[in-house]
Structures are given as structure tokens and as C-alpha cells.
Design a binder for this molecule. Structure first.
Ligand SMILES: Nc1ncnc2c1ncn2[C@@H]1O[C@H](COP(=O)(O)OP(=O)(O)OP(=O)(O)O)[C@@H](O)[C@H]1O
Ligand SMILES: [Mg+2]
Length: 383
């Protein structure tokens, strides 16, 4: 089958145009952290490629054969919220199921069932990982994806259960654990059942490093689109690329979604002898913005959170307001991918700039002078 621009879920290198997922991070650094028995965090905004990269890393490590690397998505435990026992059980089961699915440790399932039956759920994760490391003939590298889907006491408990076994690694606990999510653990603020606020930094003080995965570079965007041209012979006009860059700043999902919109959703372009012109690009861009796909909806949904809304509102309001934003609020909104802080503080890319202002609830709307909005309204009146 011909390859295509993937806009739904992780990359499959056999089916999708892609940038080598392993090299989205400093792979040498990752290897070093793993080899030196470190526990660390990998975080990036939504739809940046976290899962694609974790899966590729697990595959590469398993192929190499020094470690047993296991990818596990713990998102299902989100629905159980603060029910620690039920969530712990679900996470243990997810680990065992993944170990079977990827054929990493098929016996883990039976061992986990026995463990949960014999000794209940409290501390079960520590027990499971301890026993697994003891029975495994190789050190374990565990990748837990969507960790920040866990909340409150469940998250506190998971972090503490990992911390509890840390000193016994690698013989009786995983050599390395990678926690993956949108935010850094440092920023988790967990409200325990007795209303105490616990920060991720204190519950997980064994963290060695936080790696943040960035968007594509301009060269990577070009390389991705070139794959389509090589595969099909259909060229993209050169003048598309500066626009594509300003519109996306390399945000991986946006880059793929625009490609998909241009060469597939627009049925007239499925005839590969038709070159993709700037005019076609601009039309695809408008359709994408109007289509309100999940990625864009997730983005605007976040603006309902007062902390985020305030930051974005201040940025849209101009420099005087930016000076009043607290650093950790800025950092939080940057980690979510809505803004960048370098070279200057701004909404991340031109497509977000077009969508976000419409969704912000202006607490002080009546007070902004008109000219303050000029920067995001084009001379022709479009936003
Ligand atoms: N290596 C890559 N090459 C090309 N496109 C990629 C790559 N990695 C990610 N993408 C794009 O990003 C999208 C999301 O990928 P992935 O699910 O791996 O990201 P994620 O950060 O785990 O997302 P989420 O926050 O939803 O869990 C893909 O559908 C694809 O459009
Ligand atoms: Mg993911």
C-alpha cells in the first residue's frame, strides 16, 4: 500500500510518511540515562509524537537484546480517578497485558493474577515490578505512557510505589522507568483525599531528568513532504513552505493534517499529476481550521481552565499584561503547547493564533483599547 500522512495516533513507519521517531530525541542521551539506571520523564504537548517515539525506542531496545523494554499505556486508570486500589489493579493488569501483547514476558500475566489474589491491591505495583525483575533474565526498561491521566491519590500512589522499589534496581526492580505525559512530573499538583496538596517533585524525587520533545524543524517538515513527492511524483510548490512553517511552527499533527488535507481529502488532488500549489495549500488550511478536528478542539477546551485562560488572555492583551504572568503559569501553558516563550512570548503558531482568540473568555474585554487587537487582524479584516 502507498504511504500516507497519518493524522490518527502513533506513527507506523511501514505505512506512514515519517521522521525517524527515535531521532526526535537525543537517542544517545536516552541510552545513557537507561544504561546508568536512571528514572526520568519524557514530556511534550498533545500529538507531538511521544507515543510513536516510545514505541520505537522499546522496539530498538528489544532488538538490541540487552534489556527487556515494555511500553504500557496507563490511561485506562483515568476513569477510576481517586480509587487507588482499583487503579493500581488496572495498572498492574495493563503492564501484564502489554508484556503479553508485545511478547516481552508472557508469564507476567499469571504471576500478576496470583499476586493480586494473594495479597490485595495496596502496594501491588511495587510487588509486581519486584517479582518481574527477579524472574527476568534481563534488566527491565519500563515506559509508562499517559501518566498524567492519573489524578489525585492514584497518581501519588503510583509515584510512591515506584519510588519504593527504586533502590533495589536493577535486580529486583526495573533498571529504568520512563514516565511520559504532557506535563513534567514537577508540575503535577495532586490533591489527596484529605485535601493535602502534594507536588510531583516531592512524590517522585528520584527523577534524574525531564526530556521535552519539540516540534519538527523546518528541514524535517520539508523532508516529510518530500517523502510524498518521492512516493507519488506529486510536487509541492516551493512557496508553500514558508507559509506552512508560520502556520504550524512544525507542530507534528498540524503538519501531517495539512498534508493529508491537500493530497487526499481534496479529491481533485488524488490525481498525482496535479502539482500542489500555494492556492491549494491556502484552501486546505482554511478547511482544516473550519473542520474543528480533535486536536483543535482539545486545544480550545483547555482554555476553560482559568489558569490557562488567564495566561492566554494576558498574552493577547500585549506586553504590559505579560509582565504580570507568573513564571510557573507560563511554563505550564508552554508545556501544553499553546504558547512558546522563545524568542518571545507568543501563541505557538499562526493556526493556533487564529483559533485561540475566538475562544478566550475576555474577563476585561471592555477595557482593551481597539488597537491592541490589530496584530492578529489582517488588513483585509480576517483574523
Ligand atoms: N515521527 C513522526 N513522523 C511524522 N509524524 C509524526 C511523528 N510522530 C508523530 N507524528 C504526528 O503526530 C501525531 C501524534 O503522534 P503520537 O500519537 O505519537 O503523539 P503523542 O504525543 O503520543 O500524542 P497524544 O498526546 O495524543 O498521546 C501522529 O498522528 C502524526 O500526525
Ligand atoms: Mg500518546
Amino acid at each position: 500500500m502507498q504511504k500516507y500522512f497519518n493524522t490518527a495516533g502513533p506513527i507506523d513507519v511501514a505505512d506512514h510518511y515519517h521522521i525517524d521517531p527515535i531521532h526526535r530525541l537525543d537517542w544517545e542521551e536516552v541510552r545513557h540515562l537507561i544504561d546508568s539506571k536512571k528514572y526520568f520523564v519524557l514530556h511534550a504537548p498533545r500529538q507531538t509524537g511521544k507515543t510513536s517515539t516510545l514505541l520505537a525506542m522499546a522496539k530498538a531496545l528489544n532488538k538490541e537484546g540487552v534489556y527487556k523494554a515494555l511500553y504500557v499505556n496507563v490511561e485506562a486508570a483515568q476513569a477510576l480517578r481517586g480509587d487507588v486500589d482499583a487503579a493500581t489493579r488496572l495498572i498492574c493488569e495493563a503492564i501484564a497485558a502489554s508484556a503479553g501483547l508485545y511478547d516481552i514476558e508472557p508469564d507476567l500475566r499469571a504471576m500478576t493474577i496470583r499476586l493480586l489474589a494473594e495479597q490485595g491491591f495496596s502496594g501491588a505495583l511495587t510487588q509486581q515490578l519486584t517479582q518481574w525483575a527477579q524472574m527476568s533474565d534481563k534488566p527491565i526498561v519500563l515506559m509508562l505512557d499517559e501518566v498524567d491521566a492519573l489524578v489525585g491519590d492514584t497518581l501519588i500512589s503510583v509515584l510512591r510505589q515506584i519510588r519504593a522499589g527504586y533502590a533495589q534496581r536493577p535486580t529486583a526492580f526495573p533498571q529504568s522507568i520512563i514516565l511520559c505525559g504532557v506535563r513534567d512530573v514537577r508540575d503535577y499538583r495532586m490533591h489527596s483525599a484529605d485535601k493535602e496538596i502534594i507536588t510531583g517533585g516531592s512524590a517522585f524525587n528520584i527523577k534524574a531528568e525531564s526530556l521535552r520533545m519539540g516540534s519538527f524543524t523546518a528541514a524535517e517538515v520539508r523532508a516529510l513532504y518530500d517523502q510524498h513527492t518521492v512516493e507519488t511524483g506529486q510536487p509541492f510548490a516551493d512557496d508553500i513552505f514558508p507559509e506552512l512553517w508560520e502556520d504550524t511552527k512544525g507542530q507534528p499533527w498540524l503538519v501531517n493534517a495539512l498534508g493529508y488535507e491537500m493530497v487526499w481529502k481534496d479529491k481533485s488532488a488524488r490525481d498525482r499529476s496535479i502539482p500542489i500549489t500555494l492556492k491549494r495549500y491556502l484552501a486546505a488550511r482554511e478547511r482544516l481550521i473550519r473542520s474543528r478536528q480533535t486536536h483543535l478542539d482539545q486545544l480550545t477546551d483547555k482554555l476553560r481552565e482559568p489558569r490557562i485562560n488567564q495566561v492566554v488572555e494576558a498574552i493577547l492583551g500585549g506586553e504590559d499584561n505579560i509582565a504580570n504572568i507568573r513564571d510557573d503559569d507560563l511554563q505550564y501553558v508552554e508545556d501544553l503547547g499553546l504558547i512558546t516563550t522563545r524568542p518571545s512570548i507568543a501563541i505557538s503558531n499562526r493556526i493556533y493564533q487564529e483559533i485561540i482568540p475566538r475562544e478566550v473568555t475576555w474577563a476585561w474585554q471592555a477595557t482593551i483599547p481597539n488597537q491592541e487587537t490589530v496584530w492578529y487582524i489582517k488588513p483585509d479584516g480576517r483574523i
